[in-house]
Ligand binder design. Structure first.
Ligand code: MG
Length: 351
């Protein structure tokens, strides 16, 4: 008997090959065995060139983000959860209800299929929590050494009321600045997960984990209680410091952060001191700055504190009544310093 075998069969069960990105049989097998079972829905299943989306006379909000985090799996999350939360949270910050997501992979030849499968499971779980459907996507494979295992791009579409002005335009002098939780955990947990930062002998009361999370439920709770939200910003790359700097600049108003009020866990304080990092500029993936009129502070904090992730929510500053377009930090003695951006990223590839 002849002994013919398919040249790709021996490896297809374990690792990604260039053929998985060819558009041929292996591509469709990838879609049918891995992607559709986890992510399928009525819009994605027909596998057409595009998805037809409906909205009901509302504004369409769209946002896109690419994810190149390294390592792919880190304490508290992975690139899959990050790729859903990152884009969904940007929609939520605009006051939109997220609805649809595109999902595109750039895979490196040799990636273990088991790793891809774990990432897809995370995507499915995060998408369910965020109440979004993945409605279209793409997979490309590049040669070994030409990528780094997995890059992901997601684009999100959400809807919001036509009259909503949540955003920079909504910020007013005298507004209060609230934060939804403690800062600095995402960036540092990525750092700790990287071998080059292995710090032997450092022990913490509680394990340091990324805060990666979908912000939908917390923001929805604020909206359901009719909190007058002026602006929201998730404190991702660049952290709280960058958000305050940018919002001050684009609103032309002065953002004052009260250093002592900014919630930072002891482990984050200690580790950033050791590494010489400023927690204000460390990335978060489940934390946001909320700008509301001062009359809405108590209600907003009451609502945020109800969530397990909202225990550390508090007011951390205010928008000064005289505009200057800069952000300042007031220390415990009441001395103000101007907040400036660091020259470069403190840590690359954290999202
Ligand atoms: Mg954002």
């Amino acid at each position: 008997m002849s002994n013919f075998s398919c040249p790709v069969d021996s490896t297809e069960a374990e690792i990604i090959t260039l053929a998985h990105g060819s558009g041929g049989k292996l591509t469709s097998r990838l879609i049918e065995t891995l992607l559709l079972p986890a992510l399928g829905n009525s819009k994605l299943d027909p596998l057409e060139d595009g998805a037809v989306l409906e909205n009901m006379d509302q504004s369409i909000v769209m946002s896109s983000d690419s994810f190149v985090v390294s390592p792919l799996f880190f304490p508290g999350g992975d690139i899959g959860e990050l790729a859903v939360c990152g884009t969904v949270n940007d929609l939520v910050m605009m006051g939109a209800t997220p609805k649809y997501l595109s999902l595109s992979f750039i895979l490196e030849e040799g990636l273990a299929i088991s790793e891809l499968k774990a990432i897809i499971q995370s995507i499915a779980a995060a998408a369910e929590k965020a109440e979004v459907n993945i409605v279209c996507g793409d997979t490309k494979v590049v040669e070994r050494g030409k990528g780094d295992k997995v890059f992901v791009n997601t684009t999100g579409v959400g809807f919001r009321a036509k009259e909503s002005v949540i955003g920079v335009a909504g910020i007013q002098a005298g507004d209060a600045l609230l934060i939804s939780g403690d800062i600095g955990r995402h960036g540092l947990s990525i750092m700790m997960a990287r071998e080059e930062f292995a710090l032997d002998g450092l022990e913490f009361e509680e394990p340091l984990q990324s805060d990666v999370d979908c912000l939908l439920s917390r923001v929805r709770a604020l909206q359901e209680q009719s909190v007058d939200i002026h602006c929201m910003r998730d404190l991702t790359r660049g952290g709280l410091g960058t958000a305050a700097y940018e919002l001050a600049g684009s609103s032309g108003l002065e953002f004052v952060l009260e250093e002592n009020s900014v919630p930072i866990k002891n482990s984050v304080k200690a580790l950033s001191q050791v590494l010489g990092l400023d927690p204000l500029f460390i990335a978060n993936e489940g934390c946001f700055l909320l700008v509301v009129p001062s009359s809405e502070v108590d209600l907003s904090l009451q609502i945020l504190n109800r969530f397990s992730e909202g225990q550390w929510a508090r007011q951390i500053g205010f928008v000064e009544s005289i505009g200057s377009g800069v952000a300042t930090v007031k220390n415990r003695y009441g001395v103000k310093r101007r907040l400036d951006l660091p020259l470069g990223e403190q840590l690359p590839r954290i999202c």
